[in-house]
Design a protein around this ligand. Structure first.
Ligand SMILES: Cc1cc2nc3c(=O)[nH]c(=O)nc-3n(C[C@H](O)[C@H](O)[C@H](O)COP(=O)(O)OP(=O)(O)OC[C@H]3O[C@@H](n4cnc5c(N)ncnc54)[C@H](O)[C@@H]3O)c2cc1C
Ligand code: FES
Length: 284
């Protein structure tokens, strides 16, 4: 009797899958979270915290966006997007019921395996909290697997603070410290004012048992990585997520080259000791 070989069905990574917009949330005046579900009855898209998708807005273009939803719900993909130009504006203007194309997930994720049993220090600036939100979901979904969670978050102004309700809910969790600051406060802001690195003096850290994950503007990450080292974290315990323009997202086109790395496949999450000299160079 002939045996039938099982041929794995692999999706063409260049072919966008149709997804329907199910929910739109206004996070700040220019930033929206869209929840998408697959149009057909496929199983959804399992992803690791830190991975990204290529989102195709038909008739406009394609853009790389981190998956910011809960990895425990792979049928519902959430993206938090700041409207900065043509493609992001077109994406955040989609309405419930509209269809967009999704490729991915792509790239490396945050080091959740290495983080098991250790304290996790999350440092985010602005929209950089979006790729880190799945880390927080993962830790809270499997609380016993991880040590303390310390979140340091900086936004430009009070109206730019993302995920306000979740920040408050996370702060109420056991073994969790959440500190938020803004660059410019204004009269109605009674919280902390200053860049994100000013939060370190309030953070209860145990550097020897900590692993750090940081995402934000590159200038912020230069200062944050230096501060983490000053606090006593080793370079190999610090991870950063990088951004560059992308086209293929699978290591073919070279658009996302960063020194010897392609950010789409070697990143976007990198161990700091592997890119430290590159991160120190401006305009690379
Ligand atoms: C791996 C990855 C994950 C990302 N995740 C998110 C996310 O979760 N949420 C989100 O809002 N954005 C995210 N971005 C950035 C997003 O892809 C860009 O903002 C978007 O491509 C800009 O397209 P646009 O046509 O709207 O603007 P454009 O007209 O192309 O550019 C508008 C402005 O944004 C700048 N810009 C364009 N692309 C980038 C980029 N990749 N990095 C930094 N500045 C850029 C331009 O220099 C210009 O000043 C991510 C980028 C990468 C590479
Ligand atoms: S986007 Fe094409 S090589 Fe990275």
């Amino acid at each position: 009797m002939l045996e039938t070989a099982t041929v794995p069905i692999t999706r063409d990574p260049m072919l966008p899958q149709p997804y329907v917009v199910r929910h739109v949330t206004k996070e700040t005046p220019d930033t929206f979270s869209l929840s998408l579900e697959p149009e057909d009855e496929v199983n959804g898209m399992a992803f690791k915290p830190g991975q990204f998708s290529m989102l195709w807005v038909f008739g406009v273009g394609e853009l790389p966006i981190s998956i910011s939803g809960d990895p425990a719900s792979p049928r519902r993909l959430v993206y938090t997007v700041r409207s900065v130009g043509n493609a992001t504006h077109a994406f955040v203007s989609r309405k419930v019921g509209d269809t967009v194309g999704v490729r991915g997930p792509f790239g490396t994720g945050w080091p959740m395996e290495s983080a098991r049993g250790r304290d996790i220090v999350v440092v985010a600036g602005g929209i950089g909290l979006a790729p880190l939100r799945p880390v927080i979901s993962e830790v809270l979904n499997h609380r016993q697997d991880y040590g303390r969670l310390v979140l340091l978050y900086g936004a430009r102004s009070p109206r730019d603070v993302l995920y306000r309700k979740e920040l408050a809910a996370w702060a109420r969790q056991a073994e969790t410290q959440v500190l938020t600051t803004v660059d410019y406060g204004g009269l109605s802001w009674h919280g902390r004012v200053g860049v994100v690195t000013t939060l370190f003096k309030f953070a209860r850290l145990q550097p020897a048992r900590s692993i750090a994950m940081a995402c934000g503007p590159e200038i912020m990450m230069r200062f944050v990585t230096r501060e983490l080292e000053t606090q006593g974290l080793k370079r190999e315990d610090i991870y950063v997520s990088m951004e560059r323009n992308m086209k293929c997202a699978i290591g073919f086109c070279g658009h996302c080259q960063y020194g010897p790395h392609f950010i789409c496949k070697d990143g976007p999450v990198f161990r700091y000791d592997r890119i430290q000299p590159l991160l120190e160079k401006y305009e690379l």
